[in-house]
Design a protein around this ligand. Sequence first.
Ligand SMILES: Nc1ncnc2c1ncn2[C@@H]1O[C@H](COP(=O)(O)OP(=O)(O)OP(=O)(O)O)[C@@H](O)[C@H]1O
Length: 269
Amino acid sequence: MTISKYDLSQTAILPLKQKDRELALKTQNLQVFYGKNQAIFGENLAFERFKITSLIGASGSGKSTFLRSLNRMNDGIARVTGKIFYRGLDINSQNINVYEVRKHIGMVFQRPNPFSKSIRDNITFALRQNGLKDKEQLAASVESSLKDAALWDEVKDELDKSAWALSGGQQQRLCIARTIAMKPDILLLDEPASALDPISTSKIEETLVELKQKYTIIIVTHNMQQASRISDYTAFFHLGHIIEYDKTKHIFTNPRIQATNDYISGNFG
Ligand SMILES: Nc1ncnc2c1ncn2[C@@H]1O[C@H](COP(=O)(O)OP(=O)(O)OP(=O)(O)O)[C@@H](O)[C@H]1O
């Protein structure tokens, strides 16, 4: 067990007073175990719709574990207990269809991972798998998803080109387009720009800020400038606990907990 120099019972979690319909997702007593090792310790967090929430914290603090639990990506890898409420349903319960959950709550990973297919087919693959056959509808979906992911203008004349011929940043925007083609409510992103150069990173950031008009976004990031630039809310994780959660400007200008203050000022440890 890791001993913290901070008192882990000292937390400051902003209660969101929104009505249920204004909340996209809410965890209740979420705990995650890898075998005997506990990685998340009964965390309660609510995410407001059409906002960007950043999850920050040191390596190993549990950000990705928490994020992956939100659309059941930890199934088969970890034991997740507690509740995750989405539209009034506990989507962490046994009888839930996880494939349906992932249509509503999509995920984009750290490294761009387009399929070895054309740009067009990357978008249409899952739609076809779900039974969509109409060519016009498929074409409309390709166009609208690529527009939403701010990639359309760059690729509209070469949709049959291999996705692997795109730059890393373009590939990541294609992965975002592929996810939003399924029309999710919520986008989970695990350090989506950490493998990208600064220009591609800022393009992804601009894209996310545009996307929050239509989607609720939850993003894990190690880049604190990024969190402060793009997110409305920020949650600070430490050793599997959410220590502080507030509006991003409060977290970065006036954190209430010492551990948060030390982390954002680089004196953590
Ligand atoms: N697949 C796994 N099997 C076993 N333990 C794991 C697994 N994934 C994560 N862990 C453990 O769970 C804890 C939290 O890890 P997690 O990757 O969620 O942290 P993180 O804050 O996202 O870290 P990073 O910023 O480095 O990605 C760590 O102790 C880690 O070793």
